[in-house]
Design a protein around this ligand. Sequence first.
Ligand code: PGA
Length: 226
Amino acid sequence: KTQSFKGMLSGRLKISVASTGKYVMPYYLKDFLKVNQGIDLLMDVTNKTKVVESLANNEVDFALVSVLPEKLDIEQEILLPNKLVLTASKNYEFDKNGLLNKAVFDELPLIYREEGSGTRTVMQEYFQQAHIVPKVRFELTSSEAVKQAVMAGLGFSIQSILSLKNELKEGEIQIIRVEGLPLIENWRLIWLKQKKLSIVAREFLKYIQLHKDNIFSENFAWTAHF
Ligand code: PGA
């Protein structure tokens, strides 16, 4: 059990997370912060490109991304898989038992994330490899904004299953099964190889290494079904 972790650290922990990371990071921080009440947490939520920038500028201890930065010399700790699925509003009618051909993307109006988003990059790679030119209808600047737009019926998108937990439970969003999906990446905690980690950062890393499997099975086991 993660609760058994003991310590009394104080200081600042700075983490920059990509947009969907906000559905992940709190669960990997909860018990560590509970035990170490003297730690100030600063968590910035943006997109992959900005996250990597703050890491490169040495503004943060860690970053949480699924798509790895290409140019930085980093270390990483893989936390959990990130599965990206095609989402539709609850009112969209389709064959729920079937696996759709990817030609479906010739028809569906898509909602894209902004330039710089890791999710967007992964989507674009999928379309490129499938020789599909998708109908991009809108561009929105966060995973939550995309989700609300899909729910409102503005279009379809490819989104991380991690951001959809409650909406799937409430039946507000549907997943359309299409060949080649889900796209699977990993969420990873990354840090600069040459960075001198603070005591707080080092202890946090130790805590993660020790407890990440428990944290996954307690909070994210439901994602295995997709
Ligand atoms: P983003 O996050 O789409 O918000 O950039 C995903 C990632 O880092 O891959």
